[in-house]
Design a protein around this ligand. Structure first.
Ligand SMILES: Nc1nc2c(ncn2[C@@H]2O[C@H](COP(=O)(O)OP(=O)(O)OP(=O)(O)O)[C@@H](O)[C@H]2O)c(=O)[nH]1
Ligand SMILES: [Mg+2]
Length: 501
């Protein structure tokens, strides 16, 4: 018995009635057109998503890692400066607020140190006992001023030579006249958000360990957000709705900050060029000049009402990275343009928990180890030497199973500051015990550091080439050359990997 296929019995429900009245027909056609428009929009979205996904998959993905203040964001700035200058110029102005905050922070640090020493001096029994033993607030100021740590140098806890500083009413007047800056500092910090605070100023989570050396991929922490560009930049560039009353208030606040800073300019300069203040800073070994975001030598220029940051100012400016910042660049090369995605993460201990979630889909890692911090402790944990911390992170990265096929590039950074420090007489062997009796000069110290990092890579059981560069990320010319050098290597590695997969 054969079965004759019958037409779908429900088809009539969907076909227009033969006797459909004209107004119903018009309504139906309208509804169909609307449904088609929605369907077309969904198809277009899917098409665009596919294109974006393909582009994302083809893009070269580079992750920058390293402890806080190692120079990750500064390296990204160098990438932008070299390969995305148009966008760089568009965003340059937004850094003015950060640079103002950096300058005010330095002023606050100097004032805190001066105030602490003044009080110390007042309280001291005279003239028999005149030794300088710093107070708590003085030590706090010292920490922000990139002091040598007390445990390592002994310069804070031990009474120093008898010193009496020749403070006068002039210093007290300066203190009073610069007081308005503390309010400006608070306002700017509020405006820039948590990025404006350093790791020792934000609450930390206990028991944080570096993720990813074994086990699975850690989950992304809801506390952290990914953004293509940070919100403070958008706000400062006026990309957000400027009609909002909060934004208007902020704009007024920023204008007031510029005005107050302008009026305080001559006093800031007087404070910074004062002989007694300089003597205090020298003898308490406050390495303010070497600290991040140091702009005290440029006061005249920066406090000017019409100040516009230069390229170099932006590279020098310091703003902590919170969460993950994603940068998309289209970089020309010998084989055409390549899309690059650079991931900049925060380097403080609390921020490191997020790193592992970026390990699974990247091509290369640039690891930044700041070399000049051999005599400093972590802001988050004063028991840990910063150089040792870098070696520990490097060991985790080299040994991570998740990173087995990822190219590692090491930047031994802040070489300019290391050179200055060694030349000023700070002894490397005093802080790094296994340095032995080698000379206290740049070639010997960098050779030692290279050897340390290379040995860790070799011992990690994962076979890799040791790519290592001595860098000074604040030197944009030298960095342009380094970036050009690593550029081809990163692309070649990405293409090889794509073929292999
Ligand atoms: N002199 C000098 N300064 C540098 C160098 N590299 C970075 N800096 C400065 O050091 C400060 C900190 O650099 P960042 O790039 O913000 O450090 P980071 O690794 O991104 O820090 P987090 O965002 O906290 O993880 C900035 O003020 C930089 O200008 C360098 O090689 N030499
Ligand atoms: Mg950063």
């Amino acid at each position: 018995m054969s079965v004759i296929p019958s037409p779908n019995p429900f088809i009539h429900n969907f076909l227009p009635r033969e006797d459909e009245p004209p107004h119903e027909r018009a309504l139906r056609e309208q509804e169909e057109a609307r449904a088609k428009a929605v369907s077309d929009a969904i198809d277009e979205q899917i098409r665009q998503d596919k294109v974006a996904f393909k582009k994302y998959q083809k893009a070269i993905k580079l992750l920058l890692l390293g402890q806080s203040e190692s120079g990750k964001s500064t390296t990204i700035k160098n990438f932008q400066l070299k390969y995305a200058y148009k966008e760089w110029v568009q965003e340059r102005g937004s850094w003015k607020t950060v640079i103002h905050l950096n300058l005010i922070r330095s002023v606050t640090t100097v004032l805190e140190i001066m105030d602490s020493v003044m009080k110390e001096q007042q309280d001291r029994p005279r003239p028999q006992q005149r030794s300088l033993s710093p107070s708590r607030s003085f030590q706090r100021a010292a920490a922000t001023a990139t002091f040598s740590s007390s445990e390592e140098t002994g310069n804070l806890d031990e009474p120093s030579q008898d010193v009496v500083y020749d403070f006068s009413d002039k210093h007290k007047v300066l203190q009073l006249r610069l007081q308005p800056l503390s309010r400006v500092q608070r306002d700017l910090e509020k405006y820039l958000g948590s990025a404006a605070l350093e790791p020792d100023q934000v609450p930390t989570t206990d028991n944080i360990t570096f993720p990813g050396s074994e086990g699975g991929i850690p989950r992304r922490n809801a506390e952290f957000s990914v953004s293509v560009n940070s919100s403070w930049k958008a706000r400062l560039l006026g990309k957000e709705d400027s009609k909002k009353s909060a934004d208007k208030k902020h704009a007024q606040g920023l204008h007031d900050a510029t005005e107050i800073l302008y009026r305080c300019g001559p006093d800031i300069k007087q404070l910074w060029t004062d002989d007694v203040v300089q003597q205090v800073l020298t003898e308490t070994e406050a390495q303010l000049k070497h600290s991040s975001g140091f702009f005290m030598d440029d006061v005249d220029r920066i406090v000017a009402r019409d100040y516009e940051p230069s390229d170099q100012d932006v590279v020098k400016a310091r703003l902590r990275t919170v969460g993950v910042q994603e940068y998309h660049l289209s970089i020309p090369g010998s084989t055409g343009h390549h899309d690059w995605i650079l991931y900049d993460v925060g380097g403080s201990r609390a921020s490191r928990t997020i790193w592992g979630s970026y390990f699974d889909n990247i091509n290369s890692i640039i690891f930044l180890a700041p070399t000049s911090c051999f005599d400093q402790r972590l802001a988050e944990d004063s028991k840990v030497n910063r150089l040792e911390d870098s070696l520990v992170i490097w060991k985790h990265i080299c040994g991570s199973k998740l990173l087995e096929n990822i190219q590692l590039i090491l930047f031994l950074n802040k070489i300019d500051l290391l050179k200055e420090k060694l030349e000023s007489g700070v002894r490397f062997d005093k802080h790094i015990v296994n340095y032995g009796k080698h000379p206290n000069d740049l070639p010997s110290v960098t050779a030692f550091l290279k050897h340390q990092f290379k040995t860790i890579l070799r011992n990690s059981k994962i076979q890799r080439v040791f790519y290592c560069y001595l860098t000074s990320a604040a030197d944009t010319k030298a960095m342009a050359t380094t970036l050009a050098t690593i550029y081809d290597g990163v692309i070649r590695n990405a293409l090889d990997r794509a073929q292999f997969l």
